[in-house]
Write a protein that binds this ligand. Structure first.
Ligand code: TA6
Length: 311
C-alpha cells in the first residue's frame, strides 16, 4: 500500500495553536500516525483503518488497550485500539450461501488507508478529525456497491465517534459493522459490564447458542457474545482502576462483548503476554441479524460516545 506524503499531510491538516495541536508523523511500519494534544485529552490515530490507538483524557490512564505485540504493517489489522469493522461483521456474506470465506473477517475498512477530509480545533477545546473511504475504488472485487464512508473522531474529555455510510447507488445496500473497541481494564477478573441484563445473546464459544443474560456480565473464562436487540447504554465497572467507562450509542441494535481468555489469546499470537487480563472489547455493532439496510440516496449513521467517571 503506498503511503501518503507526511510533509504534504501536515501542510494541509496540522493544527498548531498552544491548546490544540495536531501533527502527522511516521508511525511504526511506516504508517502515518496522527498525534492529537488538546486542553482535555490526547489521542493517537493510525491512518491505516482510521484506527484509534490511544485516547487519554487529562489526568486519566489510557482508556484504550493496545497489545504489546500489535503488528504495524501495511494491510495487517492492529490488535487493540478501535478497529472499524465494515462493511460486514465477522465472516463475509451475512450467513448466505454466496458468502466468500476468503474475504477478510470483519471487512476491509480496518486495513485500508483512509483519507483525511479535515481537521478542526473546536471552540470547546476539542479536536475533530474527519476521514473518508471510497471502497469502490479500492476494493471493487469484495464490495462493488456504490458507497462512501465518512468517519468523524471528536477528541475531548469525552470521545465521540461517528461512521456515516452513504448509498450512492441505485439498489439498497446491506451492511454490518462495529466499532470493535478494546478498552483497557486494570484486571478483567475484577471487571463487570452493566447494561445487558435480560438481554438475549448468541454465545459463539458454545456454537452460537441462544441464551439470556441475567445481571451484569462477569469474566472468568472466554466470553464472545453478540447481544441482540439492544441499543442500551453500557457501563464498564473497573474495580481495580477505580473507574467506570460509560458507553452510549445510536444506530446500533447489537452489542458484542469479547475477551478471548488465556488459551485463545495464546493461539492468536498478537495479544502480548497476559494481554487478555487487561482488555475488554465492548463493541457497538450492527451484527448477526442486526444489519443496516440503506436505501439508494440515503445514509446510515452509527454514533458512539465514551466517557470516564471516577468512583
Ligand atoms: O468481536 C469479537 C470477535 O468477532 C471474536 O469472535 C474474535 O475472533 C475477535 O472478534 C477478533 O477478531 P480478529 O479478526 O480481529 O482476530
Amino acid at each position: 500500500m503506498t503511503q501518503p506524503n507526511i510533509k504534504q499531510l501536515n501542510k494541509k491538516f496540522a493544527l498548531n495553536s498552544s491548546i490544540n495541536q495536531l501533527n502527522i508523523v511516521e508511525g511504526k511500519g511506516g504508517i502515518p500516525l496522527i498525534e492529537v494534544f488538546n486542553a482535555h485529552a490526547s489521542a493517537l490515530i493510525s491512518l491505516q483503518g482510521a484506527h484509534l490507538l490511544s485516547w487519554i483524557p487529562k489526568g486519566e490512564e489510557d482508556v484504550l488497550w493496545l497489545s504489546d505485540d500489535a503488528k504495524f504493517s501495511p494491510g495487517k489489522s492492529i490488535r487493540g485500539g478501535i478497529p472499524i469493522c465494515w462493511p460486514w461483521f465477522g465472516q463475509h456474506g451475512f450467513g448466505k450461501p454466496e458468502a466468500n470465506l476468503n474475504f477478510p473477517a470483519h471487512g476491509f475498512a480496518r486495513t485500508t488507508n483512509w483519507k483525511i477530509l479535515c481537521t478542526e480545533a473546536l471552540d470547546n477545546g476539542n479536536t475533530r478529525i474527519s476521514f473518508s473511504m471510497e471502497p469502490k475504488l479500492q476494493t471493487a472485487e469484495m464490495w462493488p456497491a456504490e458507497t462512501t464512508v465518512q468517519y468523524t473522531v471528536n477528541v475531548g474529555k469525552k470521545l465521540e465517534l461517528e461512521i456515516i455510510t452513504h448509498n450512492n447507488g441505485k439498489q439498497p445496500v446491506i451492511i454490518g459493522q462495529a466499532l470493535h473497541t478494546y478498552f483497557r481494564v486494570g484486571d478483567i477478573s475484577n471487571t463487570l459490564l452493566h447494561g445487558l441484563d435480560n438481554t438475549d445473546y448468541l454465545d459463539k464459544p458454545d456454537g452460537f447458542k441462544h441464551k439470556v443474560q441475567y445481571g451484569p456480565v462477569s469474566f472468568e473464562h472466554e466470553v464472545d457474545r453478540i447481544y441482540l436487540n439492544t441499543n442500551r447504554d453500557c457501563v464498564i465497572e473497573d474495580k481495580s482502576l477505580g473507574r467506570k467507562i460509560v458507553i452510549i450509542k445510536c444506530g446500533s441494535n447489537s452489542t458484542v462483548v469479547w475477551n478471548p481468555w488465556q488459551k485463545v489469546a495464546e493461539e492468536m499470537g498478537d495479544m502480548g503476554r497476559d494481554g487478555y487480563k487487561k482488555m475488554l472489547c465492548v463493541e457497538s455493532a450492527n451484527a448477526a441479524e442486526d444489519v443496516a439496510i440503506i436505501d439508494p440516496g440515503t445514509v446510515h449513521e452509527l454514533w458512539v460516545q465514551y466517557e470516564v467517571k471516577k468512583d
